[in-house]
Design a protein around this ligand. Structure first.
Ligand SMILES: [Zn+2]
Length: 319
């Protein structure tokens, strides 16, 4: 019996993940590596490794890749990826298709995560929701009337401060310059250089440049005042972003994902408090703010769903 599977990958600012996914969306195997300086080289090597180790009687029918950035879906070109500069302008779809001879779909990573949650996660029960991926950057995916909107929802680059700091996208005062893990770490380093008292100073043998977002929320959970202030401020900024989303779309839910949710009680609760002050109360009350249920696998499941359900043009290999 031949069974079908696909390869679904997620190319983020920090890591590249590729998985072999069965037609029932079970993840059969997973590989993960830091993106490094040459993400395309790493990606091709990881995909080759999965294909070399296909289980017997399993046929791979396509490759779906989620990328942090703006995608031209018709050509599979990454038009711009602010956090992975080397992908900007790259014909990723054709490069992978030429290499492996399989159908390839490229999609924005937050769109893929939103679709994954819609198909098999926390979005199953909602017709209208907005997904926010909170990590190195902040991405957005929008599901309206049960369908993924075919737009680049660059919600992380919505301006929330007219005179804010410069962002990697070229704009200034973007949401992700305040509320992303990168922003929180940057603010921690700046505060420690200014001699702020904090238990963060003693980590990594005093090398403040090695502090991670996880270090910060662990310190916050232990009551460190600086870490708590940093997360609360970032959460307030996130709340401004969420209030804007609620006022624009009036979704049934805003679904959040990313490592920062470990600090839910500080970061997300500050966001909720801020959003409730800024959004129209009638709209805020109707919106649930919840965590993703697929976590890191949302993008993988979403890409697999796109590849495996693709109605036309996907020829299943026969052997
Ligand atoms: Zn920006």
């Amino acid at each position: 019996m031949i069974r079908h599977c696909c390869i679904a990958g997620d190319i983020g600012g920090s890591n590249i993940r590729v998985s072999l996914v069965a037609e029932d969306f079970r993840i059969l195997s997973k590989l993960k590596e830091p993106s490094g300086g040459e993400p395309l080289v790493v990606l091709i090597r990881l995909i080759q490794e999965l294909l070399n180790n296909l289980p017997p009687a399993m046929s791979c029918c396509g490759i779906g890749l989620a990328v942090a950035g703006i995608i031209d879906k018709s050509s599979g070109t990454v038009l711009r990826s602010p956090n992975i500069q080397s992908l900007s302008g790259l014909g990723l779809g054709s490069a992978i298709k030429d290499k492996f001879g399989l159908p390839v779909i490229i999609e924005n990573d937050a769109n893929a995560a939103a679709y994954g949650e819609r198909v098999a996660g926390a979005g199953r029960d909602f017709e209208d929701f907005v997904m926010l991926t909170l990590g190195t950057g902040i991405g957005g995916g929008i599901v309206i009337a049960g369908r993924l909107l075919a737009v680049s929802a660059e919600i992380g680059h919505a301006t929330i401060n007219m005179t804010g700091p410069q962002c990697g996208c070229g704009n200034s005062g973007c949401l992700e310059s305040y509320a992303s893990a990168t922003a929180i770490i940057g603010n921690a380093v700046a505060a420690l250089k200014n001699d702020s008292e904090s238990m963060l100073k003693d980590l990594h043998n005093g090398n403040i440049y090695k502090i991670s977002a996880e270090d910060i929320y662990n310190a916050a959970l232990e009551g460190d005042p600086l870490a708590r202030t940093l997360l609360r401020d970032a959460g307030r900024a996130l709340g401004i972003g969420i209030a804007n989303i609620i006022n624009y779309f009036s979704p049934q839910a805003v679904i959040l994902t990313g490592g920062l949710l470990g600090a839910w009680n500080i970061y997300v609760e500050a966001a909720m408090a801020e959003a409730s002050k800024r959004a129209f109360p009638e709209l805020y009350e109707r919106t649930r703010i919840i965590a993703s249920s697929l976590g890191d696998d949302a993008g993988t499941v979403g890409m697999a769903a796109l590849v495996l359900n693709r109605p036309k043009g996907l020829k299943l290999k026969k052997n």
